[in-house]
Design a protein around this ligand. Sequence first.
Ligand SMILES: *Cc1c(COP(=O)(O)O)cnc(C)c1O
Length: 432
Amino acid sequence: MKYFSLSNNSYQVSFKEALFSGLAPDGGLYFPSKVKPLKKSFLNNLKNLSKSEIAYHVISQFVGDEIDKNKLIEIIDHSINFDFPLKHLNENISVLELFHGPTMAFKDVGARFTSRCISYLNKLEKKVTVLVATSGDTGAAVASGFHGVDGIDVFILYPKDKISKIQEKQISTYSGNIFPVKVEGTFDDCQKMVKAALVDNELVKKFNFTSANSINISRWIPQMLYYFFAYMQTEKRKDDVSFSIPSGNYGNLFSCLLSRKLGLPIKNIISANNINNPVEKYILTGKYKPQPSKRTLSNAMDVGSPSNFVRVKELFESNLDRIRQVMYGYSFSDSETAEAIKELIDKYKYTCDPHGAIGYLGAKKHLINNPQSQIIFLETAHHSKFHEETKSFINQEFEMPIQLKNIIGKESNSVGVNDFNEFREYVKLTAS
Ligand SMILES: *Cc1c(COP(=O)(O)O)cnc(C)c1O
């Protein structure tokens, strides 16, 4: 498979190059040059296939012959070695749980796939040094997904005192090849440090840098599987299945659109947002205006300028009418989110985190005008990860899941840095 840059369609690279460079030299995001729909016989037979068989079929064309079949199957199987259960709440609404991985948010699948692909394809003698800036869940998934992977060092930069306690533990209690860095500043400052390192002459000469950030192709490729796994678990009225996707950077929603392009019979795709909602406004008005992000309860979706939106538009060749035939956008306030969490507990005894609650609200709103629809919303993180944010209005005891219990008592070992120079010195001293 070749990937082209969305800033210059004639610039094409291999899977490996798109994986290692993240962005094209002109700053464009990489996009698959050709998406070949899957065979009807395969799609009709999903129920009789294993997760692993489905996954290989879906993913293989996006990697091509750059990773041989057995190795690719091994990488995929490792990336999805937990459950993706679909639970029915009522006649019309179901929830797909994407939090059964090691860090209990959906980003585990992408991080596990990315780390193994990088490790396998790096044929150089030299180690790869991965730099990532995170505002929370990405860093946790990357720390867990890359821990102990051969030939890779990872520096994870996060803003001091601006991520949750649990997230900080998830990033900073590993040792070995994971180097957590606590930055005096904001998430934007972390991102600036990563960018500065990637163009620093001395560092670039010494190290073989790559940045496994959320725009990397290897993050959204395996996420297509969620929609196939959901579909194989649906029972009735398969012709009218829609997904409600709590969205921030639109990686997950882009994966859903791609799985539809591969032939999965998905009717509508609901872009569910908190008050950071430039995509909803675009669908309504045709005008796209990125905005500074505003802080909300569902903070993994506090994105005012979603980086994968250009990919979403490209799939429709920027044709607004075609977008409107498939996509619907709805957004919700924090108080609506809190009410939804309480309603889910009262009505269905189902505890949702704030991100999933927005997916649920999107599903409910869509049903008003489409009462026959079967809507699956995504629960993108386990509710206990957001206990601090929700405990004021959820009055119930719960058992902390084992994945989180295991890290809470561990010591953090992150190193604090105040500015880029300190970070630079730290990398020089530490990376091998
Ligand atoms: C990252 C994240 C999202 C948003 O996903 P995108 O692919 O960036 O749209 C939603 N929920 C949770 C819990 C997340 O960590």
